[in-house]
Design a binder for this molecule. Structure first.
Ligand code: EPZ
Length: 419
């Protein structure tokens, strides 16, 4: 099989129809990691069919547990027989980091090679390791790996210097069977963390405070099997909204959970977009008359950094000067250079992009270098005059399920081709 996959997109078509949003990637990945905390069967329903989930399944199988997949349901059983996450898998994606807490709790040791994932900043793991050390783990650094060992984890108060999503999830998973009580102070509050806690609670864990800055975990001896439905993917829903905003049209987003999408939705409301939510369906309509916005990303409940690129694509079509301030990752503007190829007028000053959308956008040959940046370029191309090509499809496939089919069914002109 030669050549690489690209998207060919012809912009300018309005989008009409219905989209079903499935389980959130960033909920399913830690939930899969949590499954090793018991040998009983843990089933996660409504999983998205994306490559990050495939890679996480490969990590679990490599560790020696049994994984069954039936459509969107993934069931995991058995105990891990290995404690090392192979470097080729760790490099594949960031979520291998989420095995740290659960694997250490279950086996007493983990060797993790330098995790991969989107190049959006240094993405250190100091908050993870400092927290595990507080729980009694010994952390040793090799040339390209970290070895964590612990005879028996002990509960402790842990102050997180930043509400890291992954560190919060790892430390919850490390403490559910620790001796005594753990309090995570300054914890992340993301809905995906609440989804993980719902699963852990169904498994018998004693966790409270999720969704607030202080999470309390009282260690229990054992956990049992359970099944759980993850929260739906607010970033996929938000990306669909961004595409409708730039293309015009009306789309029903089935599974869009307005209760957790407040910050995602709010900057859309500045413009002439029309939104109604009833019974787990978000109806989103746009007349393409987008007004400029000033947006700043931040930890939940603020505007999510994962929506930064898709929403910047909307700002490229707004009649006036917008700003986008990225406060979570220090290097998450790779898509700006690509948007400029389409005619976007974007000036960068530190962690803020100033976007003047009054010039209009035209098709161009684009290249994605990370998951959400790629999604933003796809949104921009759907709204542009003329044809675009988009390389780096593999990044987008990490977090979006058959994204070209979703938008083609809505009337977008987009096809996956092999060069
Ligand atoms: C999770 O990554 C998500 N990934 C990311 O989504 C998301 O962008 C991010 O949270 C923020 O919401 C998954 O859930 C699989 P962080 P994570 O730890 O846990 C710094 C996507 O596109 N930090 O909350 O890696 C870090 O450098 C992905 O779906 C430390 O300094 O993010 C960053 O600046 C991309 N030390 C900030 O905190 C640490 O030990 C937030 O990172 C850990 C993090």
């Amino acid at each position: 099989m030669k050549g690489k996959e690209i998207f060919v997109i012809r912009g300018g078509n309005p989008l009409y129809g219905k989209v079903v949003v499935h389980g959130a990637k960033n909920a399913v990945l830690p939930m899969l990691a949590a499954s090793v905390l018991t040998a009983d069967k843990v089933s996660i329903c409504d999983c998205p069919l994306i490559s990050d989930v495939d890679d996480m399944v490969r990590v679990l199988e490599t560790l020696g547990v049994t994984v069954e997949r039936k459509g969107r349901e993934i069931s995991v059983s058995g105990s891990p027989k290995m404690t090392e996450i192979p470097s080729h898998l760790a490099c594949a994606m960031r979520s291998s980091v989420f095995m740290l807490g659960a694997l250490l709790s279950e086996t007493g040791e983990v060797r993790l090679f330098a995790p991969g994932g989107c190049r959006i900043g240094a993405r250190p793991l100091d908050i993870h390791f400092d927290g595990l050390t507080r729980l009694g783990a010994k952390v040793e650094y090799g040339e390209d790996f970290v070895q964590c060992t612990a005879d028996k984890l002990k509960g402790a108060d842990i102050v997180l210097k930043y509400p890291s999503v992954g560190a919060t999830e790892n430390l919850i998973m490390a403490s559910v069977k620790a001796r005594g009580t753990t309090r995570l102070i300054g914890a992340a509050r993301e809905p995906e963390i609440c989804s993980l806690v719902r699963l852990l609670r169904k498994m018998g864990a004693d966790v409270s405070g999720e969704g607030t800055p202080v999470i309390t975990v009282r260690g229990v001896d054992d956990l049992d099997g359970a099944s759980c439905i993850p929260v739906t993917d607010r970033i996929v829903a938000g990306t669909v909204m961004a595409a409708v905003a730039v293309c015009g049209g009306r789309v029903e987003i089935v599974g869009g959970d307005a209760d957790i999408m407040g910050a995602v939705i709010s900057p859309f409301l500045t413009s002439h977009t029309f939104l109604v939510e009833h019974g787990g369906v978000i109806v989103f309509e746009s007349d393409k008359m987008l007004l400029p916005t000033d947006v700043s990303t931040g930890p939940y409940p603020l505007f999510p950094t994962d929506m930064q690129a898709p929403f910047m694509a909307c700002q490229c079509y707004a009649c006036g000067l917008s700003s986008m301030r990225e406060t979570v990752f220090e290097d998450r503007f790779a898509h700006v250079g690509e948007l400029r190829k389409m005619g976007a007028d974007i000036a960068l000053a530190g962690n803020t992009a100033f976007v003047d959308g009054s010039r209009g956008m035209h098709g161009a040959n684009l290249c994605a270098s990370d998951l959400r940046g790629g999604a933003g370029l796809l949104v921009a191309a759907l709204g542009a005059d003329g044809e675009s090509t988009l390389e780096g499809v593999r990044y987008i496939d990490r977090g979006y399920e058959n994204i070209e089919e979703i938008f083609a069914l809505l009337g977008g002109k987009i096809a996956r081709q092999r060069t």
